[in-house]
Design a protein around this ligand. Structure first.
Ligand SMILES: [Zn+2]
Length: 313
């Protein structure tokens, strides 16, 4: 091998395989091969996991990023995207978060989180909807209305395979905190979705949501019900069942913004997720100053384009 070709070879093998550009949307095949590459390149840090198949037989995968894979019962955080298949900036934002965590794993801002938590990241909850570019699953059901919640038991919920798979994961791991990424709005929302009553951790949710929204530069953060009453959402289920501090991240005003705007929204989501994780870490270390939440009706008066929201949610 000539020196030139050898130098080129060295350059090639030293290039990070995980470099991902957010100037386009990624296909499910591209996402899977990228996640597999990450697990191969960082075996000590990243584990690739197959969760199951969707109704139409598409694979549902996630990764675990952890410095302590051998430790059972390490507290864990969970982020997922695309409950609604047409909300594609939510998937890309999960990919951005993965990219950011791995690139900055040695920086204190990230390594401190990884010292304390395993992070589970699932870019796509609803792969059939993602492939069909539909909010719904392949037979027209809404995955983020299919969870049980205090007014509906499990027998009348979990009709959708993708949602049952999420349930199996969250019931097994019992996450400390979680972020469900959506798009079509800019907001940070917390439980409950189904009732205007405050949950027992309302001030904690308010404080974490405010930190998250401020990191993203968005003004809207409120109890989810104040935005729009819904029944059967992921955040209500995991909070009700496991006490998981779960937020909905509405990451971009359009469900699938034009590609040139995508990198902006991805970067902003990463900032928000980082602030949220650091907030949870501070809480668990007893260092978070919890603020009293104002009346959510007042919060919901923040300027807001109701018509645009109603169409997309
Ligand atoms: Zn959504």
């Amino acid at each position: 091998m000539t020196r030139f070709w050898y130098a080129l070879f060295l350059l090639f093998i030293s290039l990070p395989a995980h470099a991902l550009e957010f100037n386009k949307y990624h296909s499910q095949d591209e996402i899977k091969s990228w996640l597999l590459d990450l697990a191969k390149q960082h075996p000590e840090l990243v584990k690739f996991k197959f969760l199951g198949y969707s109704q139409q037989g598409r694979e549902i995968n996630y990764i675990i990023i952890s410095k302590h894979h051998e430790q059972e019962n390490q507290p864990a955080l969970y982020f997922n995207g695309t409950h609604h298949g047409n909300e594609k900036s939510s998937t890309e934002s999960i990919l951005g978060l993965i990219d950011f965590i791995i690139d900055n794993r040695s920086e204190p801002v990230v390594s401190e989180i990884l010292d304390q938590y395993a992070i589970y990241l699932q870019p796509i909850v609803n792969p059939d909807g993602h492939a069909l570019h539909s909010r719904m699953d392949s037979v027209g059901r809404d995955p983020n209305r299919d969870y049980s919640f205090p007014e509906r038991d499990e027998q009348d919920s979990f009709k959708i395979q993708d949602v049952r798979l999420v349930k199996s994961l969250v019931d097994q791991v019992k996450f400390r905190a979680a972020g469900a990424f959506h798009s079509g709005l800019e907001a940070i929302l917390w439980p409950w979705c189904f009732t205007p009553q405050r949950n027992a951790e309302n001030d904690t949710f308010y404080t974490l949501s405010k930190m998250t929204a401020e990191a993203m530069g968005i003004s809207r953060y409120t109890q989810s019900y104040s935005d729009y009453p819904t029944r059967g959402e992921f955040i209500d289920y995991v909070f009700m069942t496991h006490g998981t501090l779960a937020l909905t991240f509405e990451v971009s005003p359009e469900p699938t913004p034009a590609a040139p705007r995508l990198a902006h929204y991805v970067q902003r989501s990463v900032k928000g997720a980082l602030a949220f994780m650091r907030g949870v870490m501070a809480l668990d270390r007893g260092n978070l100053r919890i603020q009293a939440a104002p009346d959510s009706k007042l919060l919901s008066k923040v300027d807001f384009d109701f018509k645009a929201w109603k169409k997309t949610e």
